[in-house]
Design a protein around this ligand. Structure first.
Ligand code: GLO
Ligand code: MG
Ligand code: MG
Length: 412
């Protein structure tokens, strides 16, 4: 093959993307509650050891692309779109008005807003720092985000308290810091109740997002389970307004089974919002797009969510890799992520109606039929053949994942 000159590269990408087939129409994509974050599309590839590889992209372009691709919802941090110095000023409301215009023109809705409490120097000692002025500023910021959320028509506010923790031990008293953090959330919920009432809108769903490592060395609320304990701790004035935004990779990072973490949130009635992506156990937050690393696990996660009729958003919180170009972000990265999600979601539907999975599951739940609950030997014996179904079900899920249940076989 001859070298491909730069002016022919986009055409090559588009031809091979089309040749992949299997993509859904924008109308079909819009039927799912999928949201695309401003920060994900605007990510330029930078990190501590990485210089940016892509040019800046603004909200006008991202919202337009969401409309074209069929990503029905847009999400943002306050400072993704408003410079820190303009937060709360007239300039902010001018920007918010132009966001509303862009959303309307492109048939996209804002579903979620979130406050950046990790990047700016003011958060060096976290949003629940010792200095009362930092904590007052944190309250101002989260209340302001609630206001923006209502103005943009959002239903959710997310909090990733990225810097709530420490690097060196002994300076931070954990219980005090958690109380201070709760004060900020209480201020946001109180303000929300008032604003919602004034505007005749429902209150937002306030969602906490945990991450086990980064950017602090030690994190005070590192897992979704820790956050559940925090929600039910008595520190929150309105715990009914607060739930979770688990992120698939954040649970995997600490070694959890994401599906089990989601199940624990479900039984508490706190699975409000879900950040979808992929990655590896015990690595940093690589934020790979959904289904590229653990498709079988993802299929299982979606089987669980369908079974519990989860109807909240699926937020594409991943980072297009540094090797993807500005063109590739919209031509390949986002449409393929959406389409893998839809495929896995529909496959999860097939799992729930699959006759083999259904019969095997029913047989397991029926058991071998022993009346005497004290007869341990009889119980073991009665179920000993039946339990082989566990492995058979796992095989069936693999078949569904690769389409083998529809008769696809490999012959020599
Ligand atoms: C970072 C988090 C981050 C949050 C966002 C929403 O690791 O995943 O992207 O999801 O700040 O609050
Ligand atoms: Mg996230
Ligand atoms: Mg992440």
């Amino acid at each position: 093959m001859a070298p491909v000159p730069i002016q022919q590269q986009q055409a090559l990408i588009e031809r091979l993307y089309a040749a992949c087939g299997g993509s859904y129409s924008p109308e079909t994509r819009r039927k799912y509650f999928i949201s695309g974050p401003q920060w994900a599309a605007a990510y330029q590839g930078q990190a501590l050891f990485h210089a940016p590889t892509r040019r800046e992209v603004g909200f006008e372009q991202i919202i337009r692309k969401w409309g074209e691709i069929g990503i029905g919802h847009w999400t943002t941090h306050d400072t993704d779109v408003i410079p820190t110095g303009a937060i709360g000023t007239d300039e902010q409301w001018e920007i918010v008005a132009s966001i509303n215009k862009a959303l309307q023109e492109n048939g996209v809705k804002c579903s979620m807003v979130t406050t950046e409490t990790f990047h700016h120097a003011v958060w060096a000692a976290s949003p629940a720092a010792e200095a009362p002025e930092v904590r007052d500023y944190a309250k101002f910021r989260v209340i302001n985000t609630v206001k923006i959320g209502h103005e943009l028509g959002a239903q959710f506010a997310v909090y990733w308290p990225g810097s709530l923790g420490y690097y060196v031990q002994g300076a931070v008293e954990e219980t005090q810091t958690l109380r201070w953090y709760a004060d900020a959330l209480n201020a946001a919920c109180d303000a929300d109740v008032e604003i919602a009432k004034k505007r005749g809108r429902p209150v937002l769903k306030h969602c906490l997002e945990a991450k086990p490592f980064e950017p602090q060395a030690e994190i005070l609320l590192p897992t979704s389970d820790a956050m559940l304990a925090f929600i039910f701790s008595g520190l929150l004035k309105r715990p009914e307004m607060v739930g979770l935004n688990p992120e698939y990779l954040h649970e995997l990072m600490w070694g959890a089974a994401p599906r089990a973490a989601l199940a624990r949130a479900l039984i508490c009635g706190k699975l409000f919002h879900f950040d979808i992506n992929d990655g590896y156990r015990l690595k940093h937050d690589v934020d790979i797009a959904v289904g590229l690393v653990n498709p079988l696990d993802w299929l299982n996660v979606l089987v669980l969510l369908r079974a519990h009729e989860y109807n909240g958003p699926f937020n594409l919180d991943y980072k297009p890799p540094r090797t993807t170009s500005n063109h590739g972000v919209f031509a390949v990265s986002f449409p393929t992520a959406v389409d893998r999600f839809i495929t896995l979601w529909e496959m999860a539907g097939e799992v729930s109606t699959d006759p083999i999975v259904t019969e095997a599951t029913t047989a397991l739940k029926t058991g071998g039929g022993v009346q005497d609950a004290k007869d341990v030997e009889a119980i073991v014996k009665a179920n000993s053949e039946l339990l082989t179904l566990h492995e058979l079900i796992a095989h069936r899920l693999f078949q569904i994942l690769i389409g083998q249940h529809r008769g696809r076989i490999y012959s020599f």
